[in-house]
Design a protein around this ligand. Structure first.
Ligand code: F6P
Length: 506
């Protein structure tokens, strides 16, 4: 059934982007959509422009047929109903419930957990735990990338508390945080869904040693745990009153909305964190209720499938023309590649085409002077997303922001139009796709919607491919071998043995 749809998609004409605009005067209206962040005007709007992609009416019709054949409506309903959508681990995926959208009991439980987090955040910011100037947040993967991005994007220099997200086991990372913090006014947040991850637990122990070495009174009194395994946090020594739990059904890379967002709330204050959740909820409701091509994450997934499956694109690039979003590509790498970098379908059968492309990117305009050569003239076709804000994030002369946005829009135009030249080295082939997400302003609500959009886009892609985006068994083998190395007594291949011998390990 779906083979026939893919065959049909393969057989469709492939007009150029310029031809698509010429053939359809309504193209912009059809593929560029304003999205309201909520009933309150103050939350603003965002524009999602997918018109410079190769989607046309025929492709849209076929992709809508594919979505129906893949039971998109039922799988989306299962997601929001809190059903088991992660069958290999027997779990629901209830990140939307953290934002107030989903199964009633889960929404209620998330609200109770948020209540506890809000109370602790407000107490600390009020000074109830003594002076707190710095927060060292140790976590890795989903327990670090979201917090680091959100703090950088929304708080920046204006953060209420100086937050240092430390993920790497490489002690250099933690030492840098120590140098920037005064132990007497530092708190430690241990962020780990499982409370077993070696990097996080080792870093947490080292922070405790640092507290003790610096004669911090009651070091355990400076610790907050953010986890779905509260009993493990208690065993570790964290006081129950400072364990901020979240549900097992919230996946690690979808956990920014749970207590894992604690450092974000500390940096912004709870009201802004609540606005961040509200922006995501607006996107949840849209994704839950809108149909077919009108559904923005699904529309983006149609384009993603088009490029990956029909045009053989192995990568997808994201360029934020906004310094505050510099960490966005890192965040999206985990979200998209850990979710959809799979080779088997939900039913265990092998996939019959490419799955997640490699997500990469950077910030504009820096990237223009580094990697854009390949985008314009290289042999790889790379679909690009541009993300920018109409309102500047700086108070400098408005020339900065005008030049920034002009460059952003110029790149999309250049990729599409190309430029002929008699000199082949100076010719631009054009017909290269891009999409643009333009925020009125980088408010907590807009940022929440932006991240939720990408979560749902990732889910929609998974549904169209028939894969489970919520497990990540691919990360386990390397961890297990690292443990064997630590334990000693196992013989590995000659190359690995030689490396171990050189480093004096094992
Ligand atoms: O190893 C991958 C992973 O399990 C990610 O999915 C997760 O975000 C990260 O490790 C950290 O896990 P935890 O929050 O349990 O420490």
């Amino acid at each position: 059934m779906t083979d026939a749809i893919w065959d049909k998609l393969q057989g469709l004409a492939k007009p150029t982007l310029v031809e698509l605009f010429e053939a359809d005067p309504d193209r912009l209206a059809r593929f560029a959509t304003r999205f309201e962040l909520g009933a309150e005007d103050a939350l603003g709007e965002m524009r999602f422009d997918w018109s410079k992609t190769h989607l046309d009416a025929a492709h849209v019709a076929a992709f809508e047929e594919l979505a129906a054949a893949m039971d998109f409506d039922a799988r989306r309903k299962a997601l929001f109903d809190g059903d088991i959508v992660n069958p290999t681990e027997g779990r629901a995926a209830e990140h939307t419930a953290q934002r107030g959208v989903g199964k009633e009991e889960s929404v209620q439980l998330a609200a109770e957990y948020h209540h506890k987090t809000a109370a602790i955040v407000e107490a600390i910011l009020r000074g109830a735990m003594g002076e707190v100037k710095h927060l060292i947040h140790v976590g890795i993967g989903g327990s670090a990338l979201g917090p680091a991005l959100a703090v950088d994007a929304l708080a920046g220099e204006g953060a209420l508390v100086d937050v240092h997200v430390v993920s790497n086991i490489d002690g250099v990372a933690l030492e840098r945080a120590f140098k920037a913090c005064d132990p007497k006014t530092t708190m430690l947040a241990i962020a780990s869904k499982t409370f077993t991850t070696i990097e996080t637990m080792t870093n947490a122990e080292s922070v405790m040693t640092w507290f003790r070495e610096n004669e911090v009174e009651d070091p355990y009194g400076r610790v907050v745990a953010l986890t779905a395994a509260p009993e493990k946090a208690m065993e570790w020594g964290v006081d129950e009153t400072r364990i901020l739990p979240f549900s097992e059904s919230v996946g690690g890379r979808y956990s920014l909305w749970s207590s894992i967002g604690f450092p974000v709330a500390m940096a912004l204050g709870w009201p802004d964190f609540a606005e961040f959740l509200a922006g995501a909820a607006a996107m949840d409701e849209h994704f839950r209720d809108a149909d077919g091509i009108d559904n923005l994450p699904l529309r983006a997934a149609f384009a993603d499938q088009y490029y990956t499956r029909l045009r053989g694109c192995q990568t997808r690039a994201v360029f934020a023309y906004d310094q505050r979003l510099a960490l966005l590509p890192d965040y999206l790498q985990q979200l998209e590649m850990e979710s959809n970098g799979k080779s088997v379908k939900v039913d265990g059968s092998q996939v019959d085409g490419a799955t997640a492309p490699i997500t990469w990117g950077g910030v504009g305009t820096d990237a223009q002077h580094a990697v854009f050569q390949l985008l314009h003239q290289g042999t790889n076709l790379v679909p690009v997303d541009f993300i920018a804000c109409i309102a500047p994030g700086d108070d400098l002369d408005e020339a900065h922001h005008r030049i920034l946005l002009s460059n952003c829009f110029a790149q999309g135009a250049a990729l599409m139009a190309g430029k002929a030249s008699e000199d082949p080295a100076r010719a631009y082939p054009g017909n290269r796709p891009s999409a643009t997400i333009l925020l009125d302003d980088l408010t907590p609500a807009a940022f929440g919607a932006l991240i939720a959009f990408h979560e749902h886009r990732t889910f929609a892609n998974a549904v169209l491919m028939g894969i489970n985006p919520f497990d990540q068994f691919g990360v386990e083998l390397g961890k297990a071998i690292a443990k064997q190395i630590e334990a000693g007594g196992t013989t590995f291949d000659p190359s690995t043995e030689a490396l171990l011998a050189l480093a004096g390990i094992g």
